[in-house]
Design a protein around this ligand. Structure first.
Ligand SMILES: NC(=O)c1ccc[n+]([C@@H]2O[C@H](COP(=O)([O-])OP(=O)(O)OC[C@H]3O[C@@H](n4cnc5c(N)ncnc54)[C@H](OP(=O)(O)O)[C@@H]3O)[C@@H](O)[C@H]2O)c1
Length: 344
């Protein structure tokens, strides 16, 4: 059994982390903390956590010698404080994306994580998508040298979205508001498949007052390996289909990974160097994994083996996802000028 503490007992902790942790036999939640204690007490009940382990401060969680790692689901501007406590008390921590509220906090987190042998992980669950492995191992080798892509994740504004009620999202201290909140997931998928981004030219706009800041992004990207493409993101539009697709163009074919709602995620590809040599389309259907379960198993293994090299999403990887959003916002302020992605 690996004992853990859950801090920040809000929507995602209650609806997703707790049920997922309870599915993994050897994970045992034993302590909790939340700013509003009454919510932590309700959470403790659901999690079968003893009432004497519902703590009054974040620090007490880290002081508890029975806690083997901390799972933090705080408004992201508090991630840095949690990582500092993790280093001070020599206790592994995993914490929710985006890595931080801005690049200066994110840089500090990367430096702190480099200074220790402790496993420190950003819970960027999209890095565990099975689609990434299928694309990289089964499809990309067949479509030849990759030259470009169009990545589109757009949808209508959802006024019943439960996350709209959270005050830290209504008045975001984190750069980009929803653009970084959800955008880092999309960029995790994009970069896991095609590698890191070198520069971006983007235009952003605020369509909804409720978003607190700009909420849609249209952009052009240049990858480190020379591949070029477009990245369009936003869920603040008027009535339209929710559409999520990632088309990759190679010199010997192309692939379309489509995970729009309403059907199973599908990967459809064709090969050939031209219209004349075009193959029939081939479809790969697959069951997607539970990415939250995968990330917890990954972190459990790195904690048990005391091996930080096992962590799939160390802070430096998650830094890049946020740095792309930061560069896009910067670019938009300069009317779409090309902006290099900052390094940690
Ligand atoms: N991976 C994913 O797909 C995914 C999905 C959703 C959310 N998330 C991440 O999960 C985290 C939590 O999001 P959520 O939607 O669950 O938000 P939430 O419901 O607002 O939960 C945040 C919790 O943090 C607590 N908190 C607020 N200010 C605090 C402070 N100053 N110090 C300590 N605790 C404080 C809140 O306590 P009170 O009860 O006092 O307000 C609340 O319980 C965020 O980092 C978010 O990005 C990830």
């Amino acid at each position: 059994m690996v004992n853990l503490a859950i801090v920040g007992t809000g929507i995602f902790a209650t609806d997703t982390h707790l049920p997922t942790i309870q599915k993994i036999n050897d994970l045992n939640p034993i302590a909790t903390y939340n700013r509003t204690k009454s919510k932590a007490e309700i959470f403790a009940n659901k999690a079968h956590i003893n009432s004497n382990k519902v703590y009054d401060s974040l620090e007490e969680i880290f002081k508890d010698s029975e806690v083997e790692f901390v799972d933090a689901l705080l408004p992201v501007q508090f991630n840095l404080d949690a990582v500092k406590l993790s280093i001070e008390y020599n206790k592994p921590i995993c914490f929710e994306k985006p890595i931080a509220a801005n690049l200066s906090q994110a840089k500090e987190i990367v430096q702190l994580s480099k200074s220790t042998e402790l496993p420190i992980m950003v819970l960027e669950n999209w890095c565990y998508l099975k689609a990434i492995t299928v694309l990289k191992e089964q499809v990309l080798p067949q479509i030849g040298e990759v030259v470009g892509f169009t990545y589109n994740a757009t949808g209508p504004f959802n006024d019943t979205n439960k996350y709209l009620q959270t005050t830290w999202r209504q008045k975001p201290e984190h750069i980009g508001g929803y653009l970084s909140d959800g955008g880092v997931h999309q960029l995790a998928l994009l970069t896991e498949v095609l590698g890191n981004v070198e520069s971006i030219s983007g235009l952003t706009k605020q369509l909804r007052e409720e978003s607190g800041t700009d909420d849609v992004l249209f952009s052009t990207l240049k990858m480190k390996n020379g591949v070029i493409g477009t990245f369009t993101y936003g869920s603040a539009f008027g009535a339209t289909d929710k559409s999520t697709s990632f088309i990759i163009y190679g010199k010997n074919g192309s692939v379309n990974y489509d995970w729009s709602p309403g059907h199973k995620p599908s990967i459809i590809y064709e090969t050939g160097t031209s219209q004349g040599t075009r193959s029939k389309k081939k479809t790969i259907e697959f069951e997607e994994v539970d990415t939250i379960e995968e990330e917890f198993k990954n972190f459990r293994d790195s904690v048990v083996k005391k091996d930080k090299s096992l962590v799939v999403v160390p802070p430096e990887k998650a830094f890049h996802h946020l740095a792309i959003i930061a560069a896009a916002l910067n670019s938009s302020k300069q009317n779409g000028a090309s902006v290099k992605i900052e390094l940690p």
